[in-house]
Design a protein. Structure first.
Length: 169
């Protein structure tokens, strides 16, 4: 019983281009996976492009459930934050918002990403925070967006670590 998990990112107009197994979630002023943030800076008072992500599980396991995400480390600058939300995906065959990720204040990513481990699941499967997988599949879409205000100091943002956790049985 061992599951493998990869983070996939969708970019562009729906159905978009998927990048399988990303290794960073760098925010920037471009709708791209694995971008170098210094090449696509976010001006104070503006927003990054949304990051549309899924956790995709493969392998031999009985149940995957209780998926959690939070900002584990890294200090926010003045009036900087990461907003988040879930969009039900119905597993791997759904598409995301027809317009694609946006760099405007997201109408979707409206919740604050927790800064400590949540007490219960906050990333769903099949449109439910209590959902689970018994075969290969994915989480719902997780939308993340970095926001700043005109009071946010100029320069690079501080490095942050985002943690994903799940129970495997």
């Amino acid at each position: 019983m061992v599951a493998t998990v990869k983070v996939h990112e969708w970019n562009g107009i729906s159905p978009g281009v998927v990048t399988i197994g990303i290794t960073n979630i760098n925010f920037g002023s471009k709708d791209a996976a694995e971008l170098v943030a210094a090449d696509y800076p976010i001006i104070a008072g503006q927003y990054s492009f949304e990051k549309w992500l899924k956790l995709v599980f493969n392998g031999n396991f009985n149940v995957i459930d209780n998926i959690k995400i939070w900002k584990e480390s890294g200090v926010y600058k003045t009036n900087e934050g990461i907003q988040t939300n879930l969009i039900s995906s119905g597993y791997l065959n759904a598409t995301y918002t027809p317009g694609g990720p946006s760099e405007n204040d997201s109408a979707i990513a409206i919740n604050t990403l927790p800064v400590a481990e949540p007490g219960s699941a906050n990333l769903g499967i099949g449109g439910s925070l209590t959902g689970y997988l018994v075969d290969e599949g994915s989480s719902d879409y997780l939308i993340l967006q970095l926001m700043t205000t005109s009071y946010t100091e100029a320069g690079d943002t501080n490095r942050k670590s985002i943690k994903f956790q799940y129970d495997e049985q």
